[in-house]
Design a protein. Structure first.
Lengths: 308, 393
């Protein structure tokens, strides 16, 4: 078990001075993940909150080698860096014993949606990379448009609630399972409130040879519209309601990492968040019911998979 | 000893790739450049190249892999055509903006719609403002020679700019030609060791590459980027000369064919220039004072040199294998015409679009152009500044 004291003593690879919102989950997630390897690291970052807020020229918050090229291609960019590393090692221009880790990073926009193809391609090709998606359920960088990770019933600026709409009417895409279907060595879902679990998963992802994928729930006070001091509590509610189950799939074997003592109703996840406020209108009661049904189905299916 | 080999355009590029052996090769197959990618894959399978061959899921990712690999610090190439280049579009600007000397063989092909697999220059002409150096080839030999020189030009520390080497789809890519293939060691020596600049893989130095610029820096950074391509002419010239000294085939910005005492001139690039040479020969034997100017370098465009050559002409026809809807003429024409603007003494100049979607252009068509030029020179009247060749209307 990692000790918080030891982790705190490690050098920060993402340092203070960035412009992310008060209460944002992103810096917290990456401060944990970036401590999970002591090897030299190169990061390719998709366009998004993390990229924009950390690298406003001439300043940078990255105390580690970092590249941004575009929105949809963090996976193919890091695959290119990793390919050159392999090539130069083979050609003897990088010493054989030199170890470098490669990390691709994107939000749900850059990963679930516009970058899905590049990610699928990169992991299918078997590059020795780790890819982390910080899933804040929206295109937060551009002001809160819907993504395929936006929950059913949430209001987003391109799926707004209104007289004739209860918000987003489509079920969330299950990206983690899509990655599992690539038969890669390691896929996991994590959340920053369980930092030990997140840290261990990141460690495993870095250690494993071949592609590894982490999908991390990332609370976003700006777009979820809740009191910014409550992010960690909200993340706890996400795992207690099974809206965001914590699990990992290692070489095809499912393992649930957190089973709530008492599975809480989705309502508790919804209540504190302004993006769901309209669901309490009488005419939207069915949306709440439907959302609960979806969460129950997914949880049941995950439990079946974990028992296989 | 160099050897004569019978190769088509795609094979000549693949042969050059084998000899240069770049560190990372990332490409997605597309007609008519597929055979380049297949041949590279086979070279890798047979152990004839040592670089990493990456076969991404799209051209967008192919260029993204090239960008990651080139930033990491090594020699990188790709090949594509048409829609593939169009899909790379976003990344072309980023490769140039990050000053990455990636070399791309572009087997020039038309753009959809309608879908068409044959040769024209719509793909690279559409990318003319992307910041890449553009070199065009008349035949397989030139494709081979240009591709080799492209690495030296793009990687020069004063330039550090990505390079397209264009060869016409099917007409060159799939036509067999006997070409002079130089010795592997001589090509390796000519291209030389790759000199990385701020490589990501030098982890002793932590770097942030590709940060966001606001209004306070973007303009200066774009201006700095332009310096690279502005520095290219002297390098292109020196590399072309050195190539000539080493291998006996010297290259400049353009080729002049029978221009010595010419009064009329046809400006045309790539494979059509070969046909045009035949037409010029026939017209010359009929006593016509006509010549050909075949641009090789389109970006950076050799304004002064072209203008100095053309200013003394009576009439010039610029033939474009692409169009620019709504513009005052097609891309090559607008460049040539603009180059001549500052000269008090300048020729009449007209533009003809030809060969879209691979439509043939023959000797007789060039002769028709010559007739029109003669009439313009005689009468001093330009009836149509912009027209089409071999088109049913």
């Amino acid at each position: 078990m990692a000790k918080l004291k030891d982790l705190a003593a490690m050098e920060d690879r993402l340092v203070a001075g960035h412009g992310m919102c008060l209460g944002c989950g992103i810096p917290l997630i990456f401060k944990i993940i970036l401590r999970a390897t002591e090897d030299p690291l190169i990061i390719a970052n998709a366009t998004g909150c993390l990229e924009v807020c950390t690298t406003i020229f001439p300043r940078t918050s990255w105390n580690v080698t970092w590249i941004h090229s575009a929105f949809e291609n963090a996976a193919s960019t890091i695959a290119g860096v990793e390919s050159m590393y392999k090539a130069l090692k083979k050609k003897g221009r990088i010493p054989e014993d030199k170890k470098i880790k490669f990390l691709g990073v994107g939000g749900d926009g850059g990963t679930y949606d516009i970058g899905l193809q590049a990610l699928s391609g990169a992991v299918e090709r078997g590059h020795d990379i780790v890819y982390v998606c910080y899933d804040n359920n929206a295109y937060a960088n551009t002001g809160g448009q819907r993504s395929s990770a936006t929950p059913f019933g949430a209001s987003a600026t391109t799926s707004p609630e209104g007289a004739e709409s209860p918000g987003k009417l489509q079920r969330r895409k299950d990206l983690t399972k899509i990655l599992v279907a690539h038969n890669i060595p390691y896929v996991a879902q994590a959340s920053p409130n369980r930092w030990q679990d997140l840290y261990k998963k990141a460690q495993k992802a870095f250690e494993i040879e071949g592609p590894a994928f982490l999908n991390v729930l990332c609370f976003c006070p700006t777009e979820w519209k809740y009191d910014e001091s409550q992010g960690i509590r909200l993340a706890q509610t996400a795992i207690d309601t099974c809206v965001w189950p914590l699990y990992e799939v290692e070489n095809g074997k499912y393992k649930i990492n957190y089973i709530p003592k008492e599975k809480k109703p989705v309502l508790e996840w919804i209540k504190p968040q302004g993006r769901f406020r309209h669901l309490f209108k009488e005419e939207n009661a069915w949306v709440l019911e439907e959302y609960q049904k979806q969460v129950d189905e997914d949880w049941e299916e995950l439990n079946k998979l974990a028992k296989l | 000893m160099s050897t004569l080999k019978t190769l088509n355009g795609n094979q000549t590029i693949a042969e050059a790739v084998r000899q240069i052996d770049p560190d990372v090769l990332a490409a997605y197959p597309i007609t008519p450049s597929t055979a380049i990618v297949e041949t590279i894959a086979k070279f890798k399978a047979d152990g004839l190249i040592t670089g990493e061959f990456v076969c991404p899921e799209s051209e967008h990712s192919a260029m993204s892999v090239c960008i990651g690999a080139s930033s990491a610090g090594g020699r990188v190439m790709t090949a594509t055509a048409s829609q593939g280049l169009a899909l790379m579009w976003e990344m072309l600007y980023i490769a140039a903006g990050l000053r990455l000397p990636i070399v791309a063989a572009i087997v020039n092909r038309s753009l959809s719609a309608p879908i068409n697999i044959h040769g024209d220059h719509s793909d690279t002409m559409g990318a003319r403002d992307s910041g890449w150096i553009q070199i065009y080839s008349e035949n397989c030999q030139e494709a081979y020679d240009n591709f080799i020189q492209a690495f030296r030009i793009g990687e020069d520390l004063k330039v550090r700019t990505p390079v397209f080497v264009g060869l016409d789809g099917f007409i060159i890519s799939h036509s067999l030609e006997v070409i002079q293939v130089e010795d592997d060691d001589k090509i390796k020596k000519f291209v030389g060791e790759y000199k990385p600049v701020y490589p990501l893989l030098d982890i002793s130095r932590k770097m942030t590459v590709g940060p966001i610029d606001f209004t306070d820096y973007y303009f200066e950074h774009k201006r700095n980027q332009m310096e690279g391509i502005e520095n290219a002419p002297s390098v292109i010239e020196a590399v072309g000369k050195e190539f000539g000294q080493k291998f006996g085939r010297e290259y400049g910005f353009f080729e002049e064919y029978r221009m010595d005492d010419a009064e009329l001139c046809i400006v045309v690039m790539s494979s059509a220039a070969g046909t045009c040479k035949d037409a010029v020969d026939e017209l010359r034997s009929d006593g016509k004072r006509i010549g050909l100017l075949k641009p090789r370098i389109f970006r950076p465009f050799p304004y002064e040199k072209i203008a100095e050559t053309l200013k003394k002409m009576k009439a010039v026809a610029v033939l474009d294998r692409s169009s620019s809807p709504g513009a005052f003429g097609a891309p090559l024409f607008t460049e040539v015409r603009s180059a001549l603007y500052d000269y008090a003494e300048r020729p009449y100049i007209v533009n003809y679009v030809y060969g879209l979607g691979g439509r043939d252009i023959k000797v007789e068509h060039f002769k028709e152009v010559a007739l029109k030029l003669e009439k313009i020179a005689e009468t001093g009247k330009v009836e149509e500044t912009y027209g089409y060749i071999n088109l049913r209307e």
